[in-house]
Design a protein around this ligand. Sequence first.
Ligand SMILES: Nc1nc2c(ncn2[C@@H]2O[C@H](COP(=O)(O)OP(=O)(O)O)[C@@H](O)[C@H]2O)c(=O)[nH]1
Ligand SMILES: [Mg+2]
Length: 318
Amino acid sequence: MTQATLSERVLTGDPRAIARAISLIEDEAPAGAELIRRIFARTGRAYLIGVTGPPGAGKSTLVDRMTAQLRKAGKTVGVVAVDPTSPYTGGAILRDRVRMQAHAGDDGVFIRSMATRGHLGGLARATGEVAAVFDASGKDLVIIETVGVGQDEVDIVRTADVSIVTIVPGAGDEVQALKAGLMEIADIFVVNKADREGADRTVSSIEAMLSLHTFAEGDWRPPIMKTEAISGRGVPELLEMIERFRQHTAATQGSRRRTRAEWRLRELLGHRFLQHVESQILKAGEFEQILDRIAKRELDPYSAVDGIFQRTITPGRE
Ligand SMILES: Nc1nc2c(ncn2[C@@H]2O[C@H](COP(=O)(O)OP(=O)(O)O)[C@@H](O)[C@H]2O)c(=O)[nH]1
Ligand SMILES: [Mg+2]
């Protein structure tokens, strides 16, 4: 498949072309960047839903239910699931195979798990690009599932059009964790596994946290929804709430997308610069030598960066 035909086929929604495109992105192949260039003008139509929360909260189950419900309403959906913390990556991928099976033969759904290969910054970038592929391929909605642990995952979700934070009953720790950061990114809270004891208590503790925050008139106050992803209970209400949020933020969606563009631009630029430094400026092994000197306190990191930066902007200088 040539680049031109690949991008054209992605734009028609061809699942095989989408799969190929995602592999190029995952491999960080130059062809992946070229593909993004070709499809970029056709992105920006899909609505991006970020779903985050601790491992085991039921995010994947919930996303499946949401997908099924959206399909019933005639919407097309792309799902990208990222779980870098899972020691069972093999298992996660296996589960996602099962998830894909459930939608086999339906071109209106595409589900993809992202492998991590150890670098999270790259993962955040790749997730955004996979979302762009789904978007360009004509999917109405793109759901991004990530484990809410690190800054990168939080960044991924923060830049979605709507961010959903999932939590499970009896999770005192998780509510603590929410305070530490997830709290500020939630547009909608979901207490999943509402069939379990303590769901109302969890709702109350989130409510208590929210009450510490003052919302100006007209501000969106994050609602707290209860769901049972296993049975699907509460999922239609959640989708309705997403729609309400979408309407509420219609006027500000542009600035949110601009923030997303800014974040991606900065990230890409930083990545490109670092790549250039590592491959063109530093000699083989020099990065490690600098690290060693910093570790031994012979060199401070600011001076190290100054030196490298000078060499980068004035090539030929040692
Ligand atoms: N009791 C109960 N279990 C659930 C519910 N939703 C998901 N689970 C189970 O929780 C486990 C983790 O679900 P999964 O979707 O993989 O969680 P993720 O790690 O957040 O993606 C699985 O065994 C699910 O069957 C629910 O509403 N109630
Ligand atoms: Mg999952």
